[in-house]
Design a protein around this ligand. Sequence first.
Ligand code: HEM
Length: 384
Amino acid sequence: METNDPLDPIPLVWTDDPLDVYRELRENHPLHYVEDRDLFVLSRYEDILAAIKDSKTWSSASGVVPSGFKPDKPTVITIDPPDHTQMRHAVNRAFTPRRIEVLSTRIRSMARELTRAMPKEGPADAFHAFTDPLPLYVMAELLGVDREQRSMFKRCGDAIVYATETDPETLLSAQTELTDYLAVVFEERRRAPKEDLISLLLTESPEGAALSEDDLLGLCFLLLVAGTETTTSGLGNALLLLDRYRDARERIIDDPSLLKTAVDEVLRFDAPVQGLSRVATRDVELYGRAIPKGARVHLLFAAANRDPGVFADPDRFDIERTPNPHLSFGFGVHFCLGASLARMELRLGLEEFLRHAPAYVVADGVERLKSDTNRGFARLPVVI
Ligand code: HEM
């Protein structure tokens, strides 16, 4: 729904520069109400942090996007503590540093394969050729999807990630196809476990109980939605920023170890998930204003990431910024399960891209994705 409110943060997600409005919100309207959307908006770092830490007052159970959309079956991101604690514990064991590290060789070789296949003549669409497929292929690898099924997985994954609101028929048939496929994989892994997430979470181990097939299916779908397009946006934002800040690019090319801090600065500077929401479980008063029980409050991580009370010179792109307590992965109990994996994908993906195309230039025709929350791309033409 379009509104006439110039401080409505949602359309800003796909504009060129939402920062003036974020500043205006932070400085003069720290608790803003968008009437047409019936949505309260918080933009100051300390307010957002306080809200995320207090999941008793600010619940995720009614969905975490402004539209209130949530999967039919609750999954880790839409469950509040104490049930969340148990579920999170069960899935954490698939994301240990050792398990993530094992993927690094594969991530690098997939990034290399994709960048080497990009055409050298004329602009190539880096979104289709690189930033979109890489996280989906990594997800396929993590889940243990067979190589021959990777194009089916990519087709269904893309439909699930991008067609939620625009094309319900495509979405439904992709969901059915993937559910049928995963049912077969579950059966196979039960009989002959492998070294993948599905095998691990289907079986009990000293580190934790097994997940039911239903919960595991819900998790696979959540991972697709939470873990692919977000990383795709991060890669795209990085390519755009390193096009704008050439000196930063040169320094990274000379010393790729700078990518460790540069990746977090990219995430702070242009957050892939600009904000997520919560619903009040009781009447709350904030800045002298009543927020009634049941009201939805949007937490603008991207505005908090530029809060001068927390970040010195917040509008400076500083690839060595330390510490960098940005909120782009959220905070507290729902802190991103895939943060280490995402950081690794960004680091290795960018290293391979810059190795192959150190002098790339972003061409005309960049198109942003239309989403309530994610600052992503539909097209990202580059000349390499
Ligand atoms: C740059 C990439 C990514 C960004 C910016 C991102 C951002 C976020 C944010 C902001 C949250 C907090 C949600 C909330 O508080 O309601 C979150 C949670 C989550 N993320 Fe990520 N994410 C990224 C990549 C990934 C990846 C690669 C995976 C999995 C492979 C993943 C899986 C999840 C899951 C399962 C949750 C829910 C955790 C819970 O509720 O306990 N994310 N992510």
